[in-house]
Structures are given as C-alpha cells and as structure tokens.
Design a protein around this ligand. Structure first.
Ligand SMILES: NC(=O)c1ccc[n+]([C@@H]2O[C@H](COP(=O)([O-])OP(=O)(O)OC[C@H]3O[C@@H](n4cnc5c(N)ncnc54)[C@H](OP(=O)(O)O)[C@@H]3O)[C@@H](O)[C@H]2O)c1
Length: 247
C-alpha cells in the first residue's frame, strides 16, 4: 500500500509506534485520525501536528468500537485505512499468583478482541473504497513467546494468525492486509522505562513504513524480521535462550 493519498484511522495513535506511524502517513500527505483513551495525550499529539484529527475511544468497550465506526465513516467518508495498533503489555506470572479474570480478559480484549471486531466493523466500508488496507500491529513475541508476558504473547500470536486468515479472505477484494511485526522498540509499552533497551522508534518506523510503501505485506525489523522468517527450530532456540535469560 502507498502511504500517500489515504484517510487513515490509527488506534492508539497518540503515543509510541502509533504516533510515529501517524506522522509518516501525515508526511506523505494522507489525512490521519488517531484515537486513544487519554484525551491529554491526544491533545498533545494534535498540538505537535495540528493536521491530526482525534477521537477519545476505549477499544476495549464494544459500544466505543461501534461508535468509532459511525463517527469515523460519517465524518471521513473516504476513510480507507484502518491501523489496529492499540495494545497493552502486562508482565505477570499467573502460575505464581492468581489474578482477577477481568484483568486477564482486558488484555485479551484490547490486543485481540478489539482489532478483530474493528476489522469486522470496518470491512464493509473499506470494500466500498477504490483502494483500502487493514494494518495490524503484532509483535516478534507472536513467533517466540516470552513467559514474563504470557497473555500478551498469546494475543499477538493469535492476531498474527487472524491477520493471515484475513489476507486470504480478502484476497479477491480491494482491501490489502498488512502486518507490522515490531521487535522491542523504545516506547512506553508496559510502563515507562521497560523498553528503553529496544530499537530506536524513528529508525524502526522509517524502515517498516518505507517497506509498507513499497508494497510488502508482512514487515519486521531487526530481530523480529529474523524471527518471522526463522524455522521452528531456530525460533525454539531463540525462545529458550530469551526465557532462560529473563526468568
Ligand atoms: N514497543 C515495543 O517494544 C513493541 C513490540 C512489539 C509490538 N508492539 C506493539 O505496538 C503497539 C503500540 O505499542 P507502543 O509500543 O507504541 O506502546 P504505547 O506507547 O504504550 O502505545 C500504546 C497505545 O495504545 C493506546 N491504547 C491502549 N489501550 C487502549 C484502549 N483500550 N483503547 C484505545 N487505545 C488504547 C494507548 O493510549 P491510551 O493509554 O491513551 O489509551 C497508547 O497510545 C502495541 O500493539 C504493541 O503491542 C510494541
């Protein structure tokens, strides 16, 4: 897909990878709408980029997702790209400590249920556009689970699988299905300071968005590029090493 000439909705677009992708679409001349739960973060992003359109929306809430479709497609009838980027990561050990199921369910809903539902909601509208795309943001951890974030990794593996199915289901339509597979990137994911060891946000975003613009459908960076192309044996070795180091 081209970065130019679109009307793009980025969930979780007020910070981190979502904001960086929103900036690349803006720079290419696309119209960009970002949504998230925190009004102050949306305002901050809009002050930096006055062309951005914003909407408060909690993608974990079904009614918010339906309202987002109604508002976005009414206000921006040419909307043709949905970027499912919003996500959270919790470091938990459910074996050592039981947690309230609602906590677990919230992570599953934000990372997996919401993007699936948003795809289903937006596909009829996207199919009406001359060209369209769905961009799902998964993770290198979809390929090599890290036991410190077991629910997160499971949601990302499932979203990767769903994204592949969706690509087949939409193959004969105008809707392209793109997957961005980040490695650890220096953002506030999971809380400030947890990902400072990760890749530089701009280097990561420049690389993946350039490749998306060139038409690639599944794009990683650094170690996630290796892992999405690795054999099962190679990824098992990577997982064993990572989990030994981090446990
Ligand atoms: N950074 C990494 O190392 C890394 C690696 C692999 C994959 N990823 C993926 O990249 C995506 C972006 O993460 P990031 O690293 O940029 O972290 P981030 O800066 O924490 O961004 C996450 C964004 O999602 C929004 N969000 C979270 N829950 C939401 C909800 N219920 N409704 C609406 N918006 C919600 C947050 O805004 P509010 O809190 O205001 O709602 C925030 O703007 C995520 O899907 C993440 O899993 C990141």
């Amino acid at each position: 897909m081209k970065l130019a000439g679109n009307t793009v909705l980025v969930t979780g677009g007020a910070s981190g990878i979502g904001l960086a992708m929103a900036e690349r679409f803006l720079q290419a001349g696309s119209t960009v709408i970002i949504c998230g739960r925190r009004q102050d973060k949306l305002q901050e992003a809009q002050q930096k980029h006055p062309a951005l359109h914003t909407r408060v929306c909690d993608v974990a809430v079904e009614a918010d997702r339906v309202a987002l479709l109604e508002w976005a497609t009414t206000t921006f009838p040419q909307l043709n790209v949905l970027v499912n980027n919003a996500g959270i990561q919790r470091r938990i050990n459910p074996v050592a400590q039981q947690e309230d199921w609602r906590e677990t369910q919230q992570e599953i809903t934000i990372n997996l249920g919401a993007p699936i539902h948003l795809c289903h909601l937006f596909i009829p509208h996207l199919k009406e556009q001359p060209t369209a795309a769905i961009v799902n943001v998964t993770s290198g951890l979809a390929f090599t689970p890290a036991a410190f974030a077991p629910i997160y990794c499971a949601t990302k593996a499932a979203l990767h699988s769903y994204t592949m199915s969706l690509r087949y289901l939409l193959a004969k339509t105008n809707v392209e299905v793109v997957e961005i597979v980040p490695p650890a990137v220096n953002t506030d994911l999971g809380g400030a300071g947890l990902h400072t060891f990760g890749a530089d946000l701009n280097e990561f975003t420049n690389s993946v968005m350039e490749r998306v613009d060139q038409g690639e459908l599944e794009v990683g960076f650094g170690s996630s590029e290796e892992r999405r192309n690795a054999s099962r044996a190679e990824n098992d070795a990577f997982s064993a090493q990572m989990n030994a180091r981090l446990s």
